[in-house]
Design a protein around this ligand. Sequence first.
Ligand SMILES: [Mg+2]
Length: 107
Amino acid sequence: MRELNTKEKIYDAAMKKHGIAAQSMILAEEAGELVQATSKLLRLNDMSRLGEFKEQLAEEIADVQIMIEQVSRYYGITAYMVSKQKFRKLVRLADRLEGAACCSSNG
Ligand SMILES: [Mg+2]
């Protein structure tokens, strides 16, 4: 049985080996790759390659999520803390969307 058999163990081992500065840089690089994959999908002309580009986007989303989880774990940012922020921002977005729907339909 392998020793690194949970994502928490893998994250801790990676952080121990490379350190927070290197892992933060990788997070930034992966975020850049996600931006690039998103942009490529928008510029796609050949729809026969849609599946390939969607797979690339999924790969970059996975990369960013892994690095976010790793860096969050290092700083002790819990899923609850993130959920609270997501909830607050989703309420704000809903408020803006409903406000926009309200004002644009009324002229
Ligand atoms: Mg990547």
